[in-house]
Design a protein around this ligand. Sequence first.
Ligand code: ADP
Ligand code: MG
Length: 698
Amino acid sequence: MIDVTEIFACEVFNDSVMRSKLPKATYKTLKETVNDGKPLSLETANVVASAMKDWALEKGATHFTHWFQPMTGITAEKHDSFISPSDDGRIIMEFSGKELIKGEPDASSFPSGGLRETCEARGYTAWDPTSYAFVKDGTLCIPTAFCSYGGEALDKKTPLLRAMETINTQAMRILRLFGNTTANHVYTSVGPEQEYFLVDKNLHDQRKDLIYTGRTLFGAKPPKGQELDDHYFGVIKPRVSEFMKELDTELWKLGVLSKTKHNEAAPAQHELAPIFTTGNIASDHNQLVMELLKKIAHKHDLVCLLHEKPFAGVNGSGKHDNWSLITDDGENLLNPGKTPHDNLQFLLFFCAVIKAVDEYQDLLRISIAGAGNDHRLGAHEAPPAIVSVFIGDQMQAVIDALEVDGDYTEKKREKMLTGAHVVPGFSKDTTDRNRTSPFAFTGNKFEFRMVGSSQSVAGPNTVLNTIVAEQLRCFANELEGAKDFKKCVVEIIQRTIRNHKRIVFNGNNYTEEWVKEAERRGLSNYKSTPEAIPHILDKKNVDVFTSHGVYSEAELRSRYEIYLENYAKTINIEARTMSDMIRKDIIPSVSEYIGILSDTAFSRKSILPDIDSIVEIELIKTLTELNSGLYMAVKELDEAIKGASKYKDDVEEYAKYYRNTVFAAMNKTREFADKLEENTASEYWPYPTYGDLLFSVD
Ligand code: ADP
Ligand code: MG
């Protein structure tokens, strides 16, 4: 039995450790840096570094690393040992304040989108004292921001920290206007729910597509999929349960508040949700979750697939980004309280979010764009690519009443009657869930549901914080000059509802009618990544980021480059893997099977000359036709891949070419392969099937 309270955060240099290990004055100075962003002197850094090192050595660490999040979307680390030679030919273990505060990894091989020439490789990592250091695999990991020599952000953390700063500033202005004198800081609270698949490692390793691309590029529909809904919340199988137990334990040791685990809708699909924490830490923790999911799966001879769409025809994986605003003294600013219609402060924050989502739908769409996520959005398993907000019946009634200045009569919270007397009664939630909405108000937080399972939540939260900060800034500007504060608040709320209600949609987002209705409302619908990304450079988007100091124009341009190039590269790898698998495995295997069928038919004919080998002959015909079709399709696919080089100089055209030509050719090719799989004897099919993969773990 493990004692969870004992192991929780045992590998983390957190507040309680700092308090016990640091001299009082140092602790106080460090807290001021963390809370108020005051600069840290080298002297203080030296003391912190030394205490950190001693603590890490006790934990068995030999190395330290600046742990950072380059634009690849995953984490990077370069390990240095603590050793330093001493005069007597031995070594001592050393770690200085300078080493804690700043690192200089060679940045030349990380994507920079033109922010840094390869000849100017210098990049800096800078300690982020707002996220605790921790020991992982014998290394002291120091969360850091990563930027270029010129100070431009080369990572996902820096813009997130900047965006958290701006939303703090603007939200504090509003709070002060409402007479709040006790709060000193507004944080974003974030709880990302993580979906993933687990498959048997042995089967996984037999498929090059899974190895190279993280998703299956072929696979006929298995006889059983998710139609019985018998996996969702089902009993967790023993092998998965063992895996989950170890995962929880390791996450707890790192201070990650892993809370909920359950089976998801698709076979072999699961979910992990932590308790929410501040945006920056939640984002770091989610990186650790993804890393440990993969690592611990391996120890159990499993592979964790984080790809958004590992299997066609089976639900893909997302990451619900639960988001709210919370003061340092614990007030959730999106909590409507008992009487939301009277709660002007809540309504103002609520309206800020509605207006932000409406005005910057495109930025939210862009923040979750990627080749993997393109498969999910609009595929009737995840929200469409159209951004809208679900607010539920109660809030709908509130804003309807406010808009026309009318009276709002509160619906009594109904008692939930289960019909079973032994079950204690409880009040129903004021609104049902709407699983189809991309952005839902769920009682006291918003839930952004378009995020892909493999994506860092830093990007989406950077956008969300910035666009909401922008609305709060406009509101604060107006309110600070108002003669009658309360009247002005009401006016802003009413105006916002009137002007932005088109973004509110409480119905089923999966229907064709909604797509038409959204178009009528003028909502944007960027179906693919290459369509969406270029809008990052639209004037209004550049303006909002630059004016809040979240991204400079050069940094945005670099994101534009990186995202589009990354899209093209991803499709390129997938297309080449597909071609390789077809030419080297599928076509030869099917040909061999055709040969066997022909031999059988031939020898039967010599024994039973009067009976036709109908089975063999029909199969040979079908397989030969399909195999020829596949061969022609893969030739076209290879031509399509070659054709891409023409567009190399224009990254937008390049990405669009991959979408419209290469990806289209892949889809055509796949059709032949999947039909072949349906008609080929199991022992001749070169790969484990969907059925094998999805039902492999017991
Ligand atoms: P669901 O029914 O969608 O699973 P839960 O209420 O269990 O919703 O919460 C899902 C996630 O939302 C959890 O990670 C939880 O910690 C997080 N969450 C709850 N309240 C907040 C909040 N105020 N701010 C941010 N995240 C929150
Ligand atoms: Mg949820």
